[in-house]
Ligand binder design. Structure first.
Ligand code: AMP
Ligand code: ZN
Length: 117
């Protein structure tokens, strides 16, 4: 399958691995927007959050288990998990992934969404 993150998971494309188990792979984002910016992805190819259903939703629990393990292992006390679903939300890679951001005080509010007109 011509999917960037599937290729990263199977080693065809190199990545800076952060964590791996049977279900999940995590690696450093190539264009970080925070001092800590990891991507956590299921090994199973799922295009996006909108394709999560009763047959595959268990991987989402595994993603959050992985995030907690990574945080503990790296002494990260505070972090944000983001999923972009669909073009308008900024999803550029069509393999389900969660951004794990940390290492900076983060704001919250409409301005973080950018211009909507
Ligand atoms: P999104 O925009 O939510 O689809 O996120 C895709 C993310 O993948 C972006 O933050 C990119 O910087 C990141 N990315 C793209 N190619 C690579 C790569 N080869 N290795 C690591 N991260 C990548
Ligand atoms: Zn994929």
């Amino acid at each position: 399958m011509d999917c960037l993150f599937c290729k990263i998971i199977n080693g065809e494309i190199p990545s800076a691995k952060v964590y791996e188990d049977e279900f999940v792979y995590s690696f450093k984002d190539i264009s970080p927007i925070a001092p800590v910016h990891y991507l956590i992805v299921p090994k199973q190819h799922i295009c996006c959050a909108n394709a999560i259903d009763e047959t595959n939703s268990a991987v989402v629990a595994k993603i959050f288990e992985a995030a907690a393990k990574i945080a503990k292992a790296e002494g990260i006390e505070s972090y944000r998990i983001i999923n972009n679903c669909g073009d308008d939300a900024g999803q550029t890679v069509k393999h389900l992934h969660f951004h794990m951001l940390a290492g900076v005080k983060m704001g919250w509010g409409a301005e973080s969404l950018g211009k909507t007109e």
